[in-house]
Design a protein around this ligand. Structure first.
Ligand SMILES: Nc1ncnc2c1ncn2[C@@H]1O[C@H](COP(=O)(O)OP(=O)(O)OP(=O)(O)O)[C@@H](O)[C@H]1O
Ligand SMILES: O=P(O)(O)OC[C@H]1O[C@H](OP(=O)(O)OP(=O)(O)O)[C@H](O)[C@@H]1O
Ligand SMILES: [Mg+2]
Length: 287
């Protein structure tokens, strides 16, 4: 049985459950459930606080987990990222009231409030900055207004929270984060054979979901003379499927294309004479 840690609340929890469901795994029905067994897939899911997941996984009691890259780094736990999942994307930044602190160097001697002491402590140290760090559990944007700190370091996605608090960012992002699958560092070494094959199957399934979300299937007909040009526009993953049409001199072509580029590719195909150009969603795949 593969043992997997899944976020039980916060920004990671909904999208993680959705992705696991799309990958064919059973998920909990009640938000209070702390663990469920999916007997068909021989997987047990543990619903844990996102911040604790790296600690459980590094202990070796759970085989893999889904958490945020920033939470993994902050924990300092002995675990590594094995697959990026593309949701809960954010940056991690310093911010302050306009006009007080302008550059990273100005942080010297200041107080920084954050929920991510691990990331901030290391970043300050690596940059030779002597600042004190105050730990707050959340809503850190308010810390400046209330005089607890002069600077905050927090997760920024749209920037709305910073704007609402009248704050502006300082310097470049400290890091970029997204949801990731993590495993104990070098966890594949010496792992049970059955566990290892289940981990690989889990990763293939999630990769399948990622591909199904980012690619569409494109079909079109074109004249044989235009085939090379058309194939250059739709190279597919390996190479497109080309089948003869009943009408001589025409072929049907099928290839996966990135969903974001589908409309532009359809225009370009039309311009070189392709017709009956269709796209269809991919629901699942194994590459
Ligand atoms: N607004 C956001 N947009 C995208 N990702 C976010 C956002 N807020 C937090 N995250 C990400 O979610 C993870 C933190 O999850 P956690 O559950 O601890 O916090 P949360 O989503 O802010 O929930 P909570 O309501 O408990 O504060 C981190 O990886 C972080 O980068
Ligand atoms: O840039 P934005 O789109 O505004 O998103 C960033 C905000 O979202 C998270 O807060 P959350 O609502 O989870 O509250 P918290 O600070 O208590 O964690 C994060 O801590 C920021 O405050
Ligand atoms: Mg939060």
């Amino acid at each position: 049985m593969l043992r997997i840690a899944v976020p039980n609340k916060g920004s990671l929890s909904g999208p993680a459950a959705e992705m696991l469901h799309e990958a064919g795994y059973q998920q909990r029905r009640e938000s209070k459930e702390l663990r469920i067994v999916d007997p068909e897939n021989e997987v047990e899911f543990f619903y844990l606080r996102p911040r604790d997941i790296a600690i459980y996984v590094s202990s070796g009691r759970l085989d893999i987990g889904i958490t945020g890259r920033d939470l993994l780094v902050d924990s300092g736990a002995d675990a590594e990222e094995i697959l990026a999942l593309g949701f809960a994307r954010s940056t991690f930044r310093y911010a302050t009231k306009p006009g007080t602190v302008h550059t990273l160097a100005d942080l010297n001697g200041r107080t920084v409030a954050t929920s991510y002491e691990g990331i901030v402590g290391k970043h300050l140290k690596d940059n030779g900055i002597d600042a004190s760090v105050v730990h707050l559990d959340g809503a850190v944007e308010t810390a400046i207004e209330l005089g607890v700190a002069e600077v905050i370091a927090d997760v920024v996605e749209t920037g709305t929270s910073l704007r609402n608090a009248g704050l502006e960012v300082i310097g470049d992002p400290i890091m970029k984060s997204e949801a990731v699958v993590i495993r104990r560092t070098n966890g594949a070494e010496g792992a049970d054979e059955n566990v290892e094959s289940k981990v690989q199957q889990f990763l293939r399934r999630l990769q399948g979901v990622l591909v199904a979300r980012t690619y569409v299937m494109m079909d079109y007909d074109c004249r044989v003379e235009q085939l090379e040009k058309a194939v250059a526009l739709t190279p597919g993953l390996e190479s497109p499927t080309v089948s003869p049409l009943h009408n001589e001199g025409w072929v049907a072509v099928r290839a996966m294309v990135p969903a974001k580029e589908a409309q532009r590719i359809m225009d370009d195909l039309y311009d070189i004479g392709a017709r009956a150009i269709l796209t269809t969603a991919i629901h699942a795949c194994r590459l």
